[in-house]
Ligand binder design. Structure first.
Ligand code: NAD
Length: 291
């Protein structure tokens, strides 16, 4: 039997509708909309299309977003100065959220730039303070993709408590925070988590045990049907361009015949990432305004 499709696009649209109302209430109380600054460096086509999707979503939910475009030659120091000025909370209408679209050019110290974002405005959840709070089980702002995957799991009613979750990929952006969320106490957590990476031998030995299998790697078709336990939930974070088409890390056609649930690419995790950015921006605005 074919797997249930985890339709991230439809779920993201439902989340946006709920956010519209919450943003309206916030704006009525504070007499201003939540504000998001997006820093976009250089001319990477994928980055431009991601930023466009984020700006459109902000508009739909009522968040006031501004894109600041900078040339590839910008320096680390210039970026940090810009973030400091955008993060200045004494401005008449301050920015609630600051996002630096990645990747930055190779000459820029990405770590130093991300560390300059004030933790309460860190809507991507990449600052060490936010990573640490997530690690300690008291999350403040959680990386959007990881949060989006957890929401998809919860929305589909996929049980996590006591289940085996295998995450392939250990990036600070996706794999590690997702492993933390799934291992943390409470709803959408309490899983027994295994984190696989490029040095893990014999992926199948682990993936075949997974009740929940998440691929966040960037290798097209890495997860094949023979690596999946029948009935497992398979969530594909990967975005790869093959012959000008977007594909994930999971061989969708074969895996859907084995899995219990599967997320497509496109239309799965991608839209959820954007919806969670909107949710984080509202959360950041609330954190700073105390409402
Ligand atoms: P990354 O390159 O930072 O990390 C990839 C991880 O995969 C690494 O930890 C590496 O150890 C592991 N890996 C590489 N080859 C492997 C292999 N053969 N077997 C097992 N593990 C292997 O990437 P990232 O930023 O975490 O992104 C991963 C993928 O997710 C990419 O395709 C990216 O485009 C996509 N992505 C999608 C979204 C979304 O919203 N859908 C958001 C972020 C990233």
């Amino acid at each position: 039997m074919s797997a249930c499709i985890l339709d991230g696009k439809a779920l993201a649209a439902r989340i946006e509708v709920a956010l519209q109302e919450e943003v309206r209430l916030f704006s009525n109380t504070l007499m201003r909309s939540p504000r998001l600054a997006v820093i976009l460096v250089g001319a990477v086509a994928a980055s431009h299309s991601y930023v466009k999707a984020k700006s459109s979503a902000a508009k739909r939910v009522g968040i006031d977003s501004r894109v600041i475009e900078l040339p590839t030659e910008v320096t680390t120091a210039e970026l940090i100065r810009l973030i400091e000025s955008l993060g200045d909370s004494t401005q008449q209408i301050p920015f609630d959220g600051i996002l630096v679209q990645l990747p930055l050019p190779a000459h820029v110290d990405t770590r130093a730039v991300l560390d300059a974002v004030p933790p309460k405005k860190d809507v991507d959840g990449f600052h060490p303070e936010n990573a640490g709070l997530l690690f300690q089980g008291r999350p403040q702002l959680v990386p959007c993709t990881a949060l989006g995957v957890q929401k998809m799991i919860l929305d589909a009613g996929i049980p996590t408590a006591g289940r085996r979750a295998v995450v392939i990929g250990r990036s600070d952006i996706v794999g590690k925070p997702l492993a933390m969320l799934l291992a943390s106490r409470g709803l959408g957590g309490d899983s027994t988590v295994t984190l696989l990476h490029s040095r893990s031998p014999n992926l199948s030995a682990f993936t075949l045990q997974a009740d929940i299998l998440i691929a966040a790697v960037g290798v097209p078709g890495l997860v094949t049907a023979d690596m999946v336990q029948p009935g497992a939930a398979v969530i594909d974070v990967g975005i790869n361009r093959v012959d000008s088409q977007l594909v994930g890390d999971v061989d969708f056609i074969s895996v859907r015949e084995v899995a219990g649930w599967i997320s497509p690419v496109p239309g799965g995790v991608g839209p959820m990432t954007v919806a969670m950015l909107m949710s984080n921006t509202l959360q950041a605005a609330r954190l700073q305004s105390g409402i």
